[in-house]
Design a protein around this ligand. Structure first.
Ligand SMILES: Cc1cc2nc3c(=O)[nH]c(=O)nc-3n(C[C@H](O)[C@H](O)[C@H](O)COP(=O)(O)OP(=O)(O)OC[C@H]3O[C@@H](n4cnc5c(N)ncnc54)[C@H](O)[C@@H]3O)c2cc1C
Length: 345
C-alpha cells in the first residue's frame, strides 16, 4: 500500500512513530511519500518549530471532559516517549506557576498553593513536572529516528522537499506539487497533516481556525551571567518564561493574537514582560535580560479545531490529523496512534 503523508510537523511524525512501533504489521508492504519543506527551513510555515514547546498537565485530571482525558493520555505518552528515548533537546523540569491574576483559578485547578523562594524572593504558587523541548533539535532527531527505524523494518519512505499545490480528494486521489516529482499521481491514501495550511487547499470538510502565537527569544552567553547554570520555567497568568541554561536562551510567550495577526507582533508579549518585571523588579537578574530590543520575535500559526478539540477525520481515502492547537507536543503521539486505525492496516 502506498500513501502520501503531507506536512513535516508533529502530527505527521506522530503518525509515523505509531506506524513503525506497530509490530503486528509487515511494513515492507508499505511505501510512504512524505511531502513537506525541510524542518530546518524556516522559510515555510511550520508551527511545530516555532513553538514554546512545553508539555505539562497544568492541573488537568481525567474524568472531567473528553479533551481533558485526551490531554492526560497524551501527556503520559509524551512522558513515556521521553523516558524510553531520552531525545536530545528535551529536558524535564519543575514548572512553577506563580500566582497573578489567576490565583483562584490556580487553586481550583491544582487544589492547593505552595510557597517557594526564587532568587531570594518568596512567591506563592504551584509546581508541576514539565517536559521542555528545543524544537529544532528534537524534531531533527525525531525525523532521523523515524527514517532509520523505518529502514530497519523495511518500510520505504521517500522524502520530498516540496509543497502540495493542489489536492483532489474523493474517489481517485490526486496530489500535485510545486516541484516536478509528484504531479497528479494516483494514490491509495492521503494522510493530511498540513496544520494551519490545511485551509489553503480545498479538502474534506476541515474546519480549522488559524491561531497565531508569538514569542520572544533572548539568546547569548551574557544571559548566563545573570541567570546562572540551572534551567527553570516560571509561568504567570498562563504565560511561560523558560530559561534554557545549556543554550543560554530565555523565551517569553507565547501570546495568542486576537484577529489572527500573522505578522510579527509584540504588544501581547510586552504585557507579559511587564507582568514579570512587576513581580521580579527591573533591577533583578531576570529584569536585566528582558530588554525588548535585544530579543527576536518568533511566530507560529496554531491549528485550532472547534471547541479546541483535535481533529481526526476520514473522507474515503483522505485522512486528516489536525487541530492540536496548544498541545501538539503531546497530542501527536495519541492522534498518531488513533489515526492508524483509519489506515486499515
Ligand atoms: C507560540 C506558540 C507556542 C506554543 N506552545 C506550545 C507548547 O508549549 N506546548 C505544545 O504542546 N504546543 C505548543 N504550541 C502548539 C504546537 O506547536 C502545535 O500544536 C503543533 O506544532 C501543530 O503541529 P502540526 O503538525 O499539526 O502543524 P505544523 O507544525 O504547522 O506542521 C504542518 C506541516 O505541514 C506543512 N505544510 C503546510 N502546507 C503544506 C503544503 N501545501 N504542502 C506540503 N506541506 C505543507 C508545513 O510546512 C509543516 O511542515 C505552540 C504554538 C505556538 C505558535
Amino acid at each position: 500500500m502506498k500513501f502520501f503523508l503531507l506536512g513535516r510537523g508533529l502530527a505527521a511524525m506522530g503518525l509515523l512513530e505509531a506506524l513503525i512501533e506497530n509490530s503486528s504489521v509487515d511494513l515492507s508492504q508499505f511505501c510512504v511519500d512524505w511531502i513537506g519543506p525541510a524542518i530546518s527551513d524556516n522559510g515555510w510555515s511550520n508551527c511545530s518549530r516555532n513553538s514554546t514547546a512545553v508539555v505539562a498537565l497544568h492541573g488537568i485530571k481525567r474524568g472531567v471532559s473528553p479533551l481533558g482525558d485526551d490531554l492526560v493520555d497524551a501527556f503520559d505518552m509524551a512522558y513515556s516517549f521521553y523516558e524510553k528515548n531520552k531525545p536530545p533537546g528535551v529536558s524535564i523540569l519543575s514548572r512553577f506557576h506563580l500566582t497573578g491574576l489567576n490565583k483562584e483559578k490556580l487553586f481550583q485547578r491544582f487544589g492547593h498553593l505552595e510557597e517557594f523562594e526564587i532568587m531570594g524572593k518568596r512567591f506563592e504558587g504551584v509546581s508541576e513536572k514539565a517536559l521542555v523541548y528545543e524544537p529544532l533539535t528534537f524534531m531533527n532527531w525525531w525525523q532521523e529516528r523515524l527514517l532509520s527505524k523505518a529502514k530497519e523494518r523495511g518500510l520505504k519512505i521517500h522524502l520530498h522537499q516540496d509543497m502540495v499545490t493542489a489536492l483532489k480528494v474523493g474517489s481517485g486521489l490526486e496530489v500535485y506539487c510545486l516541484g516536478k516529482s509528484l504531479q497528479g499521481q494516483n494514490v491509495d491514501k492521503i494522510v493530511d497533516c498540513r496544520g494551519s495550511g490545511v485551509n489553503e487547499l480545498a479538502s474534506a470538510q476541515v474546519k480549522i481556525k488559524r491561531a497565531p502565537g508569538h514569542y520572544w527569544l533572548w539568546q547569548g552567553r551574557e544571559i548566563k551571567e545573570d541567570l546562572g547554570e540551572d534551567p527553570w520555567i516560571y509561568t504567570l497568568n498562563g504565560h511561560n518564561l523558560i530559561y534554557d541554561a545549556k543554550r543560554a536562551s530565555l523565551i517569553l510567550g507565547g501570546s495568542t493574537e486576537i484577529e489572527g495577526v500573522c505578522a510579527k507582533s509584540f504588544i501581547g508579549l510586552n504585557e507579559q514582560r511587564e507582568a514579570f518585571l512587576e513581580l521580579f523588579g527591573e533591577g533583578s537578574s531576570i529584569g536585566k535580560v528582558l530588554i525588548p530590543h535585544k530579543a527576536q520575535v518568533f511566530t507560529g500559526v496554531r491549528p485550532k479545531g472547534q471547541k479546541r478539540r483535535p481533529l481526526l477525520l476520514k473522507n474515503e481515502n483522505h485522512i486528516v490529523i489536525n487541530g492540536f492547537y496548544k498541545n501538539g507536543y503531546s497530542l501527536c503521539y495519541l492522534y498518531g496512534k488513533r489515526a492508524l486505525d483509519l489506515l486499515n492496516l
